[in-house]
Write a protein that binds this ligand. Sequence first.
Ligand SMILES: Nc1ncnc2c1ncn2[C@@H]1O[C@H](COP(=O)(O)OP(=O)(O)OP(=O)(O)O)[C@@H](O)[C@H]1O
Ligand SMILES: [Mg+2]
Length: 457
Amino acid sequence: MPRKYNILIVDDEPSVVFLLKEELTECEQYSVATALDGAEAINLLHAQPYDVVLLDVKMPRVGGIEVLKFIREYHPTTQVIILTNVADVKTAIETMKLGAYDFVSKPYTREELLATVERAVELHRLTIDNELMKYELSRQGSAHELIGESEAIQSVVRTAKKIAQSDAIVHIQGPSGTGKELVAHLIHSSSTRKNHPFVIVNCASIPDALLESELFGHEKGAFTNAIVMKQGLVEVANGGTLFLDEVGDISPMIQPKLLRFLESGEFRRVGGTNAMKVDVRILSATNKDLQKEVEAGRFREDLLYRLNVVTIRISPLKERKEDIPRLVEHFLQKKSKAKKPKHISAEAMQLLSHYDWPGNVRELEHVIEGAILLSHDDEIRVKDLPLIIDGKTEGKRPEESHNKEEALSLEEIEKRHIEFSLQKNNFNRLKTSEVLGITPKTLYLKIKKYRIVVPQH
Ligand SMILES: Nc1ncnc2c1ncn2[C@@H]1O[C@H](COP(=O)(O)OP(=O)(O)OP(=O)(O)O)[C@@H](O)[C@H]1O
Ligand SMILES: [Mg+2]
């Protein structure tokens, strides 16, 4: 069963709370908590984020307006639905100005209630997506297929799918470009959390000083630049999966905090006093040997044991060369977009199958992408492949390359590369010259020299 959305109902009228709760729990996608006044609600909200809050306005002690303000400041992605009496539309409108999403007036119909909650859940998801987009973290589409018929890959797929059903922490190990991120994706999308966020944190690319506040958020005024409160990625990932990429690069300063989070699911925003709890499944990956990092004193042993409850190892492409033909076909299709995919000559395929691929599948993908652009008709031949692929193979280069007409001169390669860069930059000469690292004037001269056709705008 898919993981549920968290709803909080806040009303001082026990019968209203009871009825709302009954109606919402009938829908199996909701998990419902309740509070009978504003103070209780704020206590609950201190301890964990909710996706949607149904909020009464007039309550003793702490009123709905205060709770709303607190939510807007403390949980900016949480959506609030105000519960009002029909007569009190004025207050309802005021709360919308303060950031409430919508209101439901009592007495409400069941349909009306469910439709409003459903829309609020959807909006919450969109807000989270938006949050992830800021980090360029959202990955969409169906391009997450893990290709490979080798026993090595098949066993990775089997383990990933099996382990996806549990909440076990999984560590993915393998050289660069072998598909670690893809495996993490497969685990998330095969799990009950698949409708919730999949958040990737690249621990190597975020400076040490920032990583803690990226992961766990910070309160307003926590440090010099903390002008506004910021949610941590662990909150954004609530209900879903957090993928700690390059986890071997986490600094010793943050390792204990991560360890604590893994042990208890609890964390504190930087500068915050409350421990908050979220429900996040952790995956991690690295191409380092973490055991060696432990021996070198750079990685805590207890953290390593927490992270690799289950380890999935992906072998380098050179150890599973039987996967190459299928991968080539896959990338030919993927990179051709709407056009009919190009095919590949037997000789070219043979070269690809013999090369050692130090950059693994990522390198193969780039080579195919380049070859599609270089080949002039619908077949990819040896001449369209980078020379290094040929140079590294032990066997003889096939006949094809000795064909004089097929061999490319350096000038021809330069011409094609310029053509390719121009197309990629929409024939913007300034941009293209920057990309190529030459002056616009040199580019202009080369366009003339090679008689490259540039469409007039
Ligand atoms: N088995 C596979 N089937 C299809 N595509 C693959 C496969 N393995 C890798 N790829 C593709 O190769 C590229 C690199 O994969 P990915 O980013 O998952 O590698 P990685 O192991 O995380 O590398 P790094 O350690 O450098 O981060 C991606 O575009 C991915 O889609
Ligand atoms: Mg990666």
